[in-house]
Design a protein around this ligand. Structure first.
Ligand SMILES: *Cc1c(COP(=O)(O)O)cnc(C)c1O
Length: 376
């Protein structure tokens, strides 16, 4: 059996080596390492893929979130609601911009931000909601967009984990994750569903004026060369990373299908076990692109199961082990433990299994076999 890895980027590269190498070679030959033609062509291809008017490439997914918030003109003291159960980047940029993060609980079924919790957290100071499409599953955008419209709030989608997911609205309209709110961010970190070979990110929006503002912010606040109209940052996707992404974007749908198929096999093998809750897809099947396959271990020793898997050569991980409201950097006297029952429980129950585009049936059978052997 091939060695099991949490993410197997080498096997994926082996399949597309010639295409990727040729794409990188073009950059080396023309030496336009910054803002080369590859960056522009990737931007255009991604706009077409997502069906969005503007993609603004930048240096990473954290910058993308920060720049999106800067572009919306949010001011210190403005409250921004986001999920307690996510990667820290989301709350980090809110705090960095001196906005007030308002962490709220999530849904046990989807791990995504809870609509009821958002409703309770909205105040006259609330200016934006940041849903994170966690582990690859689109958040409940129908309800989030309705709440935002009702209270005049911006919606900033953190789409670092769900690029390519399709969300279906009640009226049957389908949209890609990341093009439903006012603005969205994504990350091309190597292990993400569309990963480059270093750091990369992008911002998406359908708003022409906002896109113009964002293009200036990523480039030192310059709209005319050497005229700095606003305080900006330096955040670029370099040409070599764009070249890798140009080579990989045509495979994104097929990669997401491979993840969905692996997830379906895990779930079939682990279905109806008294100690396991397999991932629940609440919308259409295509609304989840399985950036991670995260199950919940119920009434059993999650940490001992994890150790059993590691001892048997099965990598696994806990995303995320500590609620953001309990992190030293983000604790706040406004928070009350009773407001986070789901996150507080999930951190003790979740377990992420290996998930990538190259998992084979033998590996999946081995992994699920080891889980069932431990839980009996
Ligand atoms: C990966 C990730 C980010 C940050 O992306 P980087 O490119 O590493 O800066 C932000 N939010 C979420 C939910 C992520 O998973």
């Amino acid at each position: 059996m091939k060695k099991i890895q949490m993410v197997d980027l080498k096997s994926q590269y082996d399949h597309i080596k010639d295409t990727v190498n040729a794409s990188i070679q073009e950059v080396l030959d023309n030496t336009a390492y910054i803002n080369g033609p590859q960056v522009h062509s990737f931007q255009k291809s991604l706009e077409q893929y997502l069906d969005v008017k503007h993609v603004i490439p930048c240096a990473n997914g954290t910058d993308a979130l920060q720049i999106a918030m800067m572009g919306l003109g949010l001011k210190p003291g403005d409250e921004v609601i986001t999920a307690d159960f996510t990667f820290a980047a989301t709350v980090e940029v809110i705090a960095l911009l001196q906005l007030t993060p308002v962490l709220v609980d999530v849904d046990a079924d989807t791990y995504n931000i809870s609509i009821e919790a958002i409703k309770k957290a909205i105040t006259p100071k609330t200016k934006a909601i940041v849903p994170v499409h966690l582990f690859g599953q689109a958040a409940n955008m129908e309800e989030i967009l309705a709440l935002a419209a009702e209270h005049n709030l911006y919606v900033i989608e953190d789409n670092a984990q769900a690029i390519g997911a399709d969300y279906t609205f009640a009226d049957g309209t389908k949209k890609k994750a990341g093009v439903m709110g006012h603005v969205a961010s994504t990350s091309f970190f190597p292990s993400k569903n569309l990963g480059c070979y270093g750091d990369g990110g992008a911002i998406f929006t359908n708003d022409d004026d906002l896109a113009h503002t964002l293009r200036g912010i990523v480039n030192h606040g310059m709209y005319v060369r050497y005229h700095h109209d606003v305080v900006g940052v330096n955040s670029r996707l370099d040409s070599i990373q764009a070249a890798v992404l140009n080579a990989k974007l045509p495979f994104l749908d097929q990669y997401n299908v491979a993840r969905q198929e692996a997830a379906a096999k895990y779930s079939a093998a682990l279905a109806n076990h008294k100690n396991i809750i397999t991932p629940i897809i609440t919308g259409t099947q295509d609304s989840h692109v399985f950036h991670q396959y995260v199950l919940r271990v119920i009434d059993a020793d999650r940490n001992a199961l994890m150790q059993h898997l590691l001892d048997n050569g099965v990598p696994c991980a806990i995303y995320y082990p500590i609620p953001l409201h309990s992190q030293k950097a983000y604790t706040d006297s406004r928070y009350n433990e009773a407001d986070f029952p789901v996150t507080n429980r999930l951190v003790n129950e979740v377990l992420a299994l290996p998930m990538h585009t190259e998992l084979d049936d033998e590996q999946i059978a081995f992994i699920t076999g080891k889980i069932l052997e431990f839980l009996k």
